[in-house]
Design a protein around this ligand. Sequence first.
Ligand SMILES: C[S@@+](CC[C@H](N)C(=O)[O-])C[C@H]1O[C@@H](n2cnc3c(N)ncnc32)[C@H](O)[C@@H]1O
Length: 204
Amino acid sequence: MSSRNKKVFFVNYAFHVSENVYEPSEDSFLFAENLVVKKGGIVLDMGTGCGILGIIAAEKAAGVVAVDINPHAVRCARENAELNGVADKMFFVWGDLFAPIKMGEKFDLILFNAPYLPSEPSENKSWLGCAWAGGVAGRQVIDRFICEAPKYLKENGRVLLVQSTLSDVDETLRRFEECGLRTSIVVKCALPFFETVVLVKAER
Ligand SMILES: C[S@@+](CC[C@H](N)C(=O)[O-])C[C@H]1O[C@@H](n2cnc3c(N)ncnc32)[C@H](O)[C@@H]1O
């Protein structure tokens, strides 16, 4: 790993965060603190970044598939899974949302700390921009995710999605419900500059 890596700690986990990979932040930690994984479940960690959520989930899950559009993130997450002793339960894939997941594959739990901030079109041109920039309304990736996620959920499956109040949480609830899922807010955390980060749950 490059000497420019940062190191991030959460409870008894350690994560190297390499260049061009999203460094776990308030949203990641809020998610991690409220992440409930059922023993033996199969989990999809969408937009895995350095792997923080998937690696924590792997402690209880029987298996975790971790996806990212950023190849640096996929490599970094794989290395962190080894560092934290859960590599044998995890499978890493590079690609755009559900494109690398086989149709018919279903999960008990799908996690996504999405790119959710309103942004100019040029801002998702870098790998780091891609981690936070959600297009003009902040919903470019979120809406595509909501449209696909229900097809990959088992009966009684759950989706956990983190976003900001700056990208219209009510619209997220409405879209999930339109797909036949029940929604609730798990937790909220107010940040400076009139923004609240929200963990949304959607379940069958
Ligand atoms: C806010 S970061 C979250 C990273 C990590 N899960 C965490 O909580 O720290 C969003 C992640 O989603 C990835 N991402 C963005 N668009 C994506 C897409 N279309 N398909 C898959 N991953 C995507 C980014 O590369 C980035 O790693």
